[in-house]
Structures are given as C-alpha cells and as structure tokens.
Design a protein around this ligand. Structure first.
Ligand code: ATR
Length: 273
C-alpha cells in the first residue's frame, strides 16, 4: 500500500482550527490515504521551521494566524495572488533545480471568499463596502478587484486602508474612518466585514437596511454578536464558514487535483455547532 501523505495546518494557537476535521472528512469520503494534523509553531524560527517541514516530507500545509507572512517568506516561489496579497495560506511542495524539497506559496483565501460570495449574491453591485484593512481584508479586496467592483473602504486607521489601496491598485470611491459606518452603510447593497472585533469581545453595530447583504469573514463565537445585530437591522447575513470551506477546498484541489464536496463539509461543521 502507498504510504499515507501527511498534511497539517500551522498556527499559534491552532487547537481551535477546523481544518483537520474538514480535510480528514474529505479523505474519508474519497478514500484517500492521507492524514491531516494541527501543528502549533511559535514565532521563534518559524520561517526555518516551515522550510524544515518541506524537507521532512509534508505533502502540503495550510497556514493560519499569525504565520501567513512567515509562510510567504519561507516560500521559494509564490503565486501572483499570494505575492500581491502579501500572505500565504497554502503551501504546495516543489522540488527545485538542486533536488531540494521547497514550498510554492499560494493564497486560496481570496478564491474561498469568491466562492462564498457567489453562493450569496447572483449579481454583484457596482460598489461594495469593505470594513477593515488588515491581512484578511487584502485577500477580500483582491477578490473583489478581480470582479471589477469599486470599493468604499472604512477602517479605524484610514491611512492603513490607503496603503492597501495603493499596494493592490484598488478601484475605490472613498476611503474613510469606521465612524462613518452608520451613514455610509445604510444604502449599501453589500457590506463585507473583515474587522476582527469579535475576537476581543467587541461587536459591530450595523444601521437599518431594506435589502442589504452583510457578510462577515469570521465564524463561530467571534462573529455571532455582530451577525445577530446585523440581522436585527434587516441585513441578510452570512458568516465566514463558507469562505473557510472554500479556501480549504481550493487548497485540497492544489494538492490532489480533485474538487471535494464543499456543501457536505459546511453541513458537517454546522451540524456540530
Ligand atoms: P486580520 O489578519 O484578521 O485581518 P489584522 O491584520 O490585525 O487581522 O487586521 C485587523 C483589522 O481589524 C484591521 O482593519 C483593524 O483596524 P486598524 O487597521 O485600525 O488596526 C481592525 N480592528 C481590530 N480591532 C479593532 C477595533 N477594536 N476597532 C476597530 N477596528 C479594529
């Protein structure tokens, strides 16, 4: 029998990650000889640790916070998207000209987001309101740019959003302070929230809407309060689980060349909450 391929998600902390469950579920469904674990790597020497995992024979890695930049640095090659977004969430093994096992750094957060967007909205509006300008916002902005939409960006630190606009060459109608959310979101058809308020116990208050869609890229407890507020104000809401499953499926496809069942994985996670 062929030796099982080994995969992992790296992060710090990483015990909360849903990736081992999602990928192991797909291995089981498809009868693949593979294992997927979670590896907690501290920030000390993390770039070298990631390179060592390529040499150790890992068949692929997913990368979660705070190591997406370290994974970028540890990659011998980068996809165009990963280079522009400035973050790597998926590592694919490559053998270089010297016969050494190295990593190709990919980013599937943006394609995962597009998949979740397409499930939610059939016709994209010309302008989308984007909340936040951190690492996750860059993947979302890159994805929305690929669909040709104009962005109205709100962030606590508008200068950071301006930097993101320049670096990603985004088409924007305005960049402003998050304080303007109540005024600017009222008539927006689509708002995407990448601000990680829920992780520190905070929540975002959305103004009333008639028919707006509100997507949060967080899921679970981190997103619950904000999504409940938005729903009470009339927003049709979606959490970040479909984006998470989408990025996992695109990573899976890079490793195996197979598209796994995304809806079954969403059902698996939702039914166990
Ligand atoms: P991630 O990788 O999850 O995007 P990040 O790069 O730290 O994390 O970005 C966090 C985002 O949430 C940023 O847009 C940040 O705003 P600043 O650019 O002003 O730092 C935003 N954010 C985090 N905590 C916030 C808070 N308490 N109030 C408002 N915005 C907050």
């Amino acid at each position: 029998m062929a030796q099982a391929k080994t995969f992992a998600v790296i992060g710090h902390p990483v015990t909360h990650s849903l990736s081992p469950r999602i990928h192991s579920f797909w291995y089981e469904c498809l009868g693949l000889a593979a294992t997927y674990t979670a590896l907690d790597l501290t920030e000390e020497n993390v770039v070298e640790d990631i390179r060592a995992l390529a040499r150790a024979g890992f068949a692929g890695l997913n990368v979660t916070l705070p190591h997406k930049l370290a994974a970028f640095e540890a990659s011998e090659n980068l996809s165009d998207a990963a280079r522009l977004i400035g973050a790597v969430n998926t590592l694919v093994p490559r053998v270089n000209a010297k016969g050494q096992r190295t990593w190709l750094g990919e980013n599937t957060d943006w394609t995962g987001f597009l998949w979740s967007l397409d499930r939610m909205i059939s016709q994209l509006p010309e302008e989308v309101v984007l909340l936040g300008a951190g690492g996750a916002a860059r993947a979302v902005a890159y994805a929305l740019k690929s669909r040709g939409v104009t962005l109205l960006i709100l962030n606590r630190t508008p200068e950071k959003a301006q930097d993101m606009v320049q670096e990603l060459n985004l088409d924007v109608s305005r960049v402003t302070h998050l304080d303007e959310l109540p005024d600017l979101a009222r008539t927006a058809p689509l708002v995407v929230n990448t601000i990680s308020l829920g992780h520190s116990g905070g929540e975002l208050m959305m103004p009333m809407t008639d028919s707006g869609v509100f997507m949060d890229i967080s899921y679970g407890k981190a997103a619950d309060a904000t999504l409940a507020n938005a729903a009470r104000s009339g927003w049709k809401t979606e959490d970040g689980l479909p984006m998470l499953i989408g990025q996992a499926a695109d990573a899976f496809h890079l490793w195996f060349g197979i598209q796994p069942d995304r809806d079954a994985a969403i059902e698996l996670i939702r039914s166990s909450r």
